[in-house]
Design a protein around this ligand. Structure first.
Ligand SMILES: [Cu+2]
Length: 504
């Protein structure tokens, strides 16, 4: 009975709103709905453009342009600027991105099936490279690439008819193609079906990409592109919207309970396939691969490099929902993590638990890690104070140490020794940076209690980070104070003690 009602409802909604319901479905009572073909490009030519030219509304991520709202095909003018610019890729880390519209991913383009799109590509005069654009929604060899090759300071133009509805990736295809994509040259174009997309309360634009820097993850300063790592497919960063923390803290996506949220998610690559997942939600609908049909009740959807997907979910319970690539080291160790914050009254009948633990998402949940970059800047000018280091260390402690030693340094009785007022630390404060770098195994006695466990090494941290965390620990919770310098951390990294852990 419930099933039947649902089907009738779907059909009714399709008729009433003339909405894109995953292909036209005809429900024959007692049978499964028959999905008919949309006709693809063959039925996508809806005749010549009508009415005056339309200038496409382009939006910067994570915003999505409004529905075209049109019932007839039009000539749509799209003006995209190629801008090469240095922008942050992580806190205190910058990268020279090549962009469509000044952002990574590039501006979101929204047109309707049957539209004639006139694409103007302008390469800014201060650019160093020629660029072009290949839109996956174009029918024609190269997807526009050859027609749009544009030298710095030039403009090119080409026209195409958007014959297929769907969510498509666009990207630069100038040699070396991989490098142009790795530098951020991709975005999404939505070709709405003639009847438009079903209405929802909020739409957001999220795009994953992998990045290759010569320095380590979170190594500060301007980081050049590393071609070798890119060829080997060993990314330093895997990111949503081009920057670690682009969608966390005060930049998190927002929604209210009772609303339906739609995500337009692309994957620019250049190399990795995304296992896109939202922790704490189930996608009610996924237009997988950005195509015409939707699947329902999905946990994780695969988004290939150079592909996209659309997903809808209704929000019942308030709190933080974490968008990740479920190839999970990418989320927690390479940056592929974003937050959607939903506000509204509790629904204990649906979920009795507490809000997602700050420790779970660590420093990635905090508003920003500006204290960390402040410390780096101060270090460069030789003006780094212990206070700068403590502040930076505090932010990093949340993501790295608090899981075990707790945010207040109290540890857990019998399992994780306390760092607060630790006589073990007081006996030899320089142990702290060494323990961070090499871990600790074997018997230790802290404040009269014995521990015999294994702390894994945190050698992924940079020397700055080790120095700052150690300085924070030494100056907190009644510990003896003092400072650890970056140089000391460098020296300690090379000196492996007998108590070093090999990990678990
Ligand atoms: Cu390019």
């Amino acid at each position: 009975m419930i099933k039947r009602f649902a089907r009738v409802f779907v059909v009714a909604a399709c008729v009433a709103a003339a909405a894109g319901c995953g292909g036209k479905e005809k429900a024959v009572d007692g049978e499964k709905p028959v999905a008919t073909e949309s006709g693809g490009s063959l039925k996508g030519d809806l005749g010549p453009p009508q009415g005056p030219d339309v200038r496409a509304v382009l939006t910067t991520p994570p915003m999505v342009p409004p529905a075209t709202g049109r019932k007839t095909p039009a000539r749509v003018i799209v003006e995209l600027d190629v801008i090469e610019k240095e922008m942050p890729i992580s806190e205190g880390v910058t990268y020279t991105f090549w962009t469509f519209g000044g952002t990574v991913p590039g501006s979101f383009i929204r047109v309707r099936q049957g539209d004639t799109v006139v694409l103007h590509l302008r390469n800014m005069p201060h650019s160093k490279m020629p660029h072009n654009i290949d839109l996956h929604g174009v029918t024609g060899p190269g997807g526009g690439a050859a027609s749009s090759f544009t030298a710095p300071g030039h403009v090119s133009r080409f026209t195409f008819k958007a014959l297929n509805a769907g969510l498509f990736v666009y990207h630069c295809a100038t040699a070396p193609v991989g490098m142009h994509i790795a530098n951020g040259m991709y975005g999404l174009i939505l070709v709405e079906p003639p009847e438009g997309m079903p209405k929802v309360d909020r739409e957001y634009y999220v795009m994953q990409g992998d990045f290759y820097t010569t320095g380590k993850y979170r190594e500060k300063g301007l980081q050049p592109f590393d071609m070798e790592k890119a060829i080997d497919e060993r990314p330093t960063y895997v990111l949503f919207n081009g920057m670690e923390g682009a969608l966390t803290g005060d930049k998190a996506l927002t929604a209210k309970t009772g609303e339906t949220v739609r995500l337009y998610v692309g994957n620019g690559g250049p190399n990795l396939v995304s296992s896109f997942h939202v922790i704490g939600e189930i996608f009610d609908k996924v237009w997988f691969e950005g195509g015409t049909r939707f699947q329902e009740n999905v946990q994780t959807t695969l988004i290939p490099a150079g592909g996209a997907a659309i997903m809808d979910f209704h929000i019942e319970v308030p709190g933080s929902y974490v968008l990740v690539d479920h190839s999970i080291f990418r989320a927690f160790n390479k940056g592929a993590l974003a937050i959607l914050k939903a506000e509204g009254p509790e629904r204990k009948d649906i979920y009795s638990g507490k809000e997602v633990d700050a420790m779970y998402i660590g420093d990635r949940a905090s508003a920003n890690l500006s204290a960390v970059s402040q410390a780096t800047t101060a270090a460069k000018t030789g003006a780094l104070t212990a206070e700068d280091q403590v502040k930076a260390g505090e932010a990093l402690f949340a993501g790295t140490c608090s899981t075990c030693h707790q945010a207040n340094g109290q540890g857990m009785p019998g399992v994780f020794p306390p760092l607060a007022g630790s006589d073990f630390i007081a006996a030899d404060p320089k142990r702290v940076p060494s323990i961070i770098l090499h871990g600790l195994v074997g018997k230790v006695t802290v404040n009269g209690k014995e521990y015999n466990s294994n702390m894994p090494p945190m050698s992924q941290l940079t020397d700055d980070e080790v120095a700052n965390i150690a300085t924070y620990v030494l100056n907190s919770w009644g510990n003896p104070g003092g400072r650890v310098t970056k140089e000391e951390a460098t020296a300690l990294r090379a000196a492996k003690p007998a108590t070093a852990s090999e990990g678990h």
